[in-house]
Design a protein around this ligand. Structure first.
Ligand SMILES: *Cc1c(COP(=O)(O)O)cnc(C)c1O
Length: 453
């Protein structure tokens, strides 16, 4: 075992393929259904919104899908991302566990999101898309797609959840810097937005609402397309470049993870790291424990119902089977903006149902506690979302200390928190809101789930 703490790959070791977990599932995913007929949808139903290449990837059963050369070229700017051994954290915790983390904060926008943004912009450009329309919560996705669209010269409109638009001006300015147009959602530009504002002029927005607005606009023209930063199969697959690299880097370290941890909003960074290892578990019987970590105030995996639901509040999307808190549920405004979504990726939900992954929910304060500890010992200020993964990893390391077992833990440090210092300020000033999980609201939202025969 080496004393190294940093495991780097050469540029030419950027993986040549993404990993498609659909090829190895013991049981296939439930199909997405048409919201009107409740029959499985086909490629034609999605064609107004996505380029055919991405629709093909969404339903592909091929295990390895080639990363196009122009996408690998752009990945080179920050990929392969480093894998670190958190030796100082291990010492601080006095644990026999070995803790590794893959650091995705090295991308130009500071998170894992450009891994799929660049791929999506590439396929859109290939098929003649002139403008992409999307939504964003805290702004990580909007700024990453803005970067990708500027590289491929595609126009971009972003509907940004109003509470973040007002509280987080810097992400909005970053999108503007990359040439995108950013609009507070709900807006007066769409039927969905207008209807919501008419009922509730002070509505502060949600991802579900912003998705409806973006889809409504994107569906209007052939040359405008929609793009989503998480949840869908092809998005999760693009993120597997992370795990494919990590497999090689763990080899360099002469180690293999017993436990993999990631935070889950829609599930993409978690899947990106975990799926290639889960694939090895399916094929090579390499046992591994995988833990998805989510906020207690928006606990789709730990408290949600596994059922067919809409992906958006305006009910414009196909129905997908997932863990959901109900598409009309509006999660409370916490600082982990990227984790405030009513549902979870169907693929992640499916693996949870099959017992292949575990899930845990954590409170805001306990996550910031470990975020600040991590910054002090390892030197990187984590994004508020990523503190959930740190919390999950530290809990496992403490467990190792209690039972005297040395396990190897690998987690995804999916982004840095440089744009989130207001959240840290609230933490230091003891102003973090309590974690509210409003069961009555969730039950009300769940009553409205579509009834599938
Ligand atoms: C968007 C985002 C998330 C949540 O999305 P996933 O699809 O679950 O990864 C988590 N962390 C960061 C830093 C993000 O930008």
């Amino acid at each position: 075992m080496s004393d190294k703490i940093k495991y780097l790959l050469e540029e030419n070791q950027i993986p040549k393929t993404w990993y498609n977990i659909a090829a190895d599932l013991p049981k296939p995913l439930a199909p997405p259904l048409h919201p009107g007929t409740h029959k499985p949808i086909g490629p034609d139903d999605l064609a107004p919104l996505f380029p055919m290449a991405l629709i093909g990837q969404e339903v592909s059963q091929e295990r390895e899908i080639e990363i196009p050369e122009p996408v690998r070229e752009i990945y080179k700017q920050w990929r392969p991302s480093p894998l670190f051994r958190a030796k100082k954290l291990e010492k601080n915790l006095d644990t026999p566990a070995k803790i590794y983390y893959k650091y995705e904060g090295v991308s130009p926008t500071g998170s894992h999101k450009p891994n799929t943004a660049v791929a999506q912009a590439f396929y859109n450009k290939e098929e003649g898309t002139k403008k992409i329309i999307t939504e964003t919560g805290a702004g990580q996705w909007g700024s990453s797609l803005a970067l990708a669209c500027s590289l491929f010269k595609i126009d971009l409109d972003v509907y940004m959840v109003k509470v973040s638009f007002e509280q987080k001006p810097y992400r909005k300015l970053l999108m503007q810097t990359y040439g995108a147009r950013c609009v507070a959602s709900p807006s007066n530009e769409t039927n969905t937005g207008k209807a919501i504002l008419k009922k509730d002029p002070n509505n502060t927005g949600s991802l579900g609402i912003a998705i409806s607005e973006a889809i409504e606009m994107a569906a209007q023209k052939d040359t405008t397309k929609y793009s989503l930063g998480s949840v869908l199969n092809h998005v999760l697959m693009h993120q597997t470049v992370v795990g494919n690299e990590a497999i090689k880097q763990m080899e360099m370290a002469g180690d293999y993870p017993d436990i993999i941890v990631g935070c889950t909003g829609g599930g993409s960074n978690f899947s990106g790291l975990a799926f290639p290892f889960i694939g090895k578990k399916f094929r090579d019987k390499k046992n591994i424990k995988v833990i998805a970590c989510e906020p207690r105030s928006c606990p789709s995996l730990t408290k949600g119902k596994y059922a067919y639901d809409f992906g958006d509040t305006g009910n414009l999307t196909p129905l997908v089977k997932m863990h959901t808190l109900g598409s009309s549920f509006i999660p409370p405004a916490t600082h982990s903006g990227g984790l405030r979504y009513h549902g979870m990726a169907p693929m992640v939900s499916h693996l949870k149902e099959l017992g292949i992954i575990d899930a845990k929910a954590f409170g805001q304060k306990e996550c910031f506690d470990v975020g600040v500890k991590f910054a002090n010992v390892e030197g990187i200020v984590p994004a508020p979302e990523a503190t959930h993964a740190i919390k999950g990893a530290i809990d496992e390391a403490i467990e190792c200390k209690k039972n005297g077992k040395s396990k190897t833990i690998l987690f995804n440090l999916c982004g840095h928190g440089h744009f989130d210092m207001k959240a840290y300020s609230d933490y230091f000033e003891n102003k973090l809101a309590e974690d509210v999980y409003n069961e009555a609201e969730v039950n009300k939202a769940l009553e409205a789930l579509p009834k599938i025969a």
